[in-house]
Structures are given as C-alpha cells and as structure tokens.
Design a binder for this molecule. Structure first.
Ligand code: HEM
Length: 449
C-alpha cells in the first residue's frame, strides 16, 4: 500500500476546528491540506478526516462509494430539497438518478440550445445598453441573473414569463438560509419562528406553490412538453416503467433549479474576472469566436464546439482556480480502513477540489491563471486530481448543461462586448458559502468591442 502522510489538527479545546471552519473555511481547508494526505480533526465531538490524495478521492467517490454516504450536512439541506437527487441516498437515489439521467444526455441538451441562445442574446443586448450609458455592473449579479433566466427557461419554457423577479427573490432567500444552515453546528428546527426562518419558510412555500401549479397544469396536457419539467414528467424508471409521483417531480425540479444556476454563475463571474485581469487571453477568445462565427448568429453544432477549445480552457482554468463546489463531505456507513487509517461508522470525511487544484504535485505554478495548461491534456487529465464536477456515480448530472451554457453565454457576449475592471488593481477574494462566490461585488464596465 502507498505511504500516505498522516497528521492531526488539534484545534481549540471545546470546538476543535469548527470555529476556524466557520470563520474562514478557505483558510481552514488550506491549513488542513498543507498538513498531509490524511488529516484528522474534529468539530466539537464529531470526528472529521480530510483526504488530500487522488487515490483516496478515487476510493471514497468511486471504488467504495457505497460505504461513504451523503448524510449530516446533506440531511439538513432536505428542508429545501426533500430527497431530490442532490440529497437522496441509497437505492432511492439510484432509482432517481436512473430516471433523470436521460434528460441530461447531449441529445436532449441540444433541444435546449435555442432557449439558452435566446436568453444569452437578450442578456447581451442589456449589457450593451449598460455599455452605452457607461454604467458599472457587478459581474457576479449579472451572471446570476442570466444563469437564473436560463435555468428558468430550460425548465419551464415561457410558463413563468413575468415572474422571474418573484422567483429570483424566493431563490435568494432560500440560498441565504442554506448558507447559514450549512455552517451551524446544531441547526435550529425551521419551525422556530426566527426572522430568517420566517423569510425562508415564506420563500419556500411560495416557490413550492409556483412549481406545484406548473406541475399540475402540465400534467393535464396531453404532451407535457420538451423542457426539463416536461422531461421529468415524461421520464420513466427503465426497470419498472413507472413515472415519478408528483411530489417527487416537485422535489427534483426544485433541486435542479437551485443546483443549476448559482454554480454556473459563480464559474462565469470568476472567468470574467480572470479575463479582465488577463486581456491578452481574452483577446484570444475574441479572435477565436470571430474566426468560428464572425458576426452571424452562432450555431452550436458539434463542429463549431470543437473549434472553441480556447473558450473551454478559459472556463476550466477558472473553475480550477475557483471551484464553485470547493468541498464535499461523506459519512462512513460502516467501520472502514482508508489509507491505513481506521474510519469509524459515523465519521465524516472531506474532499476538496480547492485543495486538489492547487497541489503542486500535480499542477505547475497553480497560483497563475494559465488556460493553456489544459491544452491537449497537458495538465488536468486525471479525473481524481481535477474533479470540479465531482467524480463517480454521484458526480454532477448537469456538467454538460453547465459547459453548454458557458459556451453559449461566453460566445454570444464575446461577439459584441468585453468586460473591464473599474479598478484594474482590484483583487477579488472568495466567499466560501454554498458555492465559492466572490466576497464582494465585481465592479466592471462593459465596452463594445
Ligand atoms: C459550473 C457549474 C457546476 C459545478 C461546478 C457543479 C458541481 C457539482 C459537484 C461537485 C457535484 C457533486 C457533489 C458531491 O459529490 O458531493 C454536483 C452534483 C450535482 N449537480 Fe452540479 N455543478 C454545476 C452545475 C450544475 C447544473 C447546471 C445542474 C443542473 C442543471 C447541476 C445539478 C446537480 C445535481 C442534481 C447534483 C447531484 C447529483 C447526484 O447526487 O446524483 N449542477 N455538482
């Protein structure tokens, strides 16, 4: 067996490392990552183990994934996701994944290109207005807006036209709740009427009733349609031929809706930040897009996609430096030995793309933004070293959706405009909450190209 470096983090007398994690989880993960391949620590009386080696990532997320389950932090999130794909476990999760997976195949995603392109074009026109009036935009807010519009359109077509703002407000309130809940040691039950619980319950109830109304209405149609909601309603379990019950369609729709936009928005806003810092690299993207599409409306065929390697490299390099999902947890379902260390049933392990993506054993000068590193698989080819979308059976179901969306938005914008930082010396810091988003606004000016 390989020799792993094994160490421990002492932390504070009662809290262990919990307060360090709550105060600054990036600093905590970095400190922990620097201590070795396997690092023992605790959150109060809960034993935690950090795993910082590709073979251990493979072990937990792939080879022995059935022994490492999504409990603890994930069970808390069920107040929102109610056993949707992200938080479900065991046989039930397996069945749901089997049912939903076909909706995310490349063939099905092709049916969403038109909706994504239409939203991206509308977004580009709004940004051009900002350019003409010399307004400052917050790149994160802007990307959140377009990502929310795209998931709304691909999920519900035009059924929610005019309700975008209302939906966005509910989603923000739900996200705010999730952020605080993830970081508390013993979260209060949501029925206790604190102001934040009240806001959360109101938002969830309202979003629920919008989604249920749409589901009911669609179920009465002969054909529920080809958008994501239609696909969820039509999909059947390949083993039993059965459809999902209505409450599960609701849970999956809300899960995909929430998981499917802040992650992509975070990735895109970092990509625009990095491009603004490296205008020569951004120029390369404009030249590529001009060469492939000129000024005509882009058609995202397989051939065109192959020409967009430089865009993909920028996107991958951004999510390497700023992985939207920067840490994931699993709980041991049984006593198990990992890299020679005994993990007891109930212990929690963490795996962090953020730590893996800066590991100098696998990356050359990881602190520098260098999209070229992905060219021809020079770096980042090992899926247990670079796993921004997770790896193994519980990896992201929406990774192709996200990449398609990024290509469509970045191409559509590149044809017409570019972003510049208002202050070229501005250094953005990450805020590690549900995703690793920028801590403060990213003030940018939009310029016509
Ligand atoms: C850049 C964008 C995205 C990133 C970086 C990302 C990252 C991830 C990661 C790392 C996981 C695995 C988490 C774990 O192992 O604990 C995951 C799971 C998931 N993602 Fe994404 N995601 C992105 C976009 C999307 C989109 C666009 C959708 C839907 C349209 C989506 C839906 C989901 C779902 C439903 C799961 C749970 C899958 C399961 O457990 O079976 N994600 N994502």
């Amino acid at each position: 067996m390989r020799d792993y470096t094994i160490s421990s983090m002492k932390g504070e007398p009662v809290w262990g490392s919990l307060r360090h994690m709550q105060r600054d989880s990036v600093d905590f993960l970095e400190t922990c990552g620097a201590l070795g391949d396997i690092v023992n620590y605790r959150f109060v009386n809960r034993r935690m183990v950090g795993l910082h080696h590709p073979d251990l990532v493979k072990d937990v997320l792939l080879t022995r994934h059935e022994l490492f389950v999504k409990k603890g932090i994930y069970s808390r999130m069920n107040a929102v996701f109610r056993n949707g794909l992200l938080t479900a476990e065991g046989e039930f999760w397996k069945k749901q994944r089997r049912i939903i997976q076909p909706s995310f195949t490349r063939k099905n995603l092709n049916t969403m290109v038109a909706a994504m392109s239409e939203e991206a074009a509308g977004f580009r026109d709004e940004l051009l207005e900002s350019a003409d009036s010399n307004q400052t935009v917050d790149a994160f807010e802007a990307m959140l807006k377009i990502a929310l519009r795209i998931i709304t359109k691909t999920m519900f077509s035009n059924d929610v036209s005019g309700r975008h703002r209302e939906i966005a407000e509910h989603i923000y309130a739900i996200n705010a709740f999730l952020k605080h809940r993830n970081f508390s040691y013993v979260p209060l039950p949501t029925w206790i009427p604190t102001p934040s619980h009240n806001r959360f319950r109101h938002a969830l109830k309202s979003l629920d009733s919008i989604v249920m109304e749409l589901v009911r209405e669609r179920m009465q149609r002969e054909d529920p349609g080809d958008d994501l909601l239609g696909m969820l309603l039509k999909s059947t379990d390949p083993e039993t031929g059965k459809r999902m019950p209505m409450h599960q369609v609701r849970a999956e729709a809300i899960t995909i809706f929430i998981t499917g936009h802040e992650t992509t928005a975070t990735a895109l806003s970092w990509a625009y930040y990095e491009m603004a810092k490296a205008p020569k690299l951004a120029e390369e993207l404009y030249q590529t897009v001009d060469a492939v599409f000129g000024s005509s409306v882009p058609e995202f065929t397989g051939e065109a996609m192959k020409e967009l390697g430089c865009l993909d490299n920028i996107f991958y390099e951004s999510i390497r430096m700023h992985p939207p999902i920067y840490v994931t947890y699993r709980q041991a379902a049984k006593d198990v030995t990992l890299g020679g260390v005994r993990i007891r049933r109930g212990d929690t392990v963490h795996i962090s793309p953020l730590i893996a993506n800066y590991d100098t054993r696998y990356w050359n000068e990881p602190e520098s933004f260098n999209p070229q590193r992905f060219k021809g698989g020079a770096e980042g080819d090992d899926k247990f070293v670079f796993f921004p979308f997770g790896v193994g059976p519980r990896s992201c179901i929406g990774s192709h959706f996200a990449l398609l969306e990024a290509r469509i938005i970045m191409t559509t914008l590149a044809q017409a405009l570019k972003f510049e930082l208002v202050d070229p010396h501005f250094v953005a810091k990450p805020e590690p909450l549900v995703t690793l988003k920028p801590r403060s606004p990213l003030p940018m000016r939009v310029r016509r190209r």
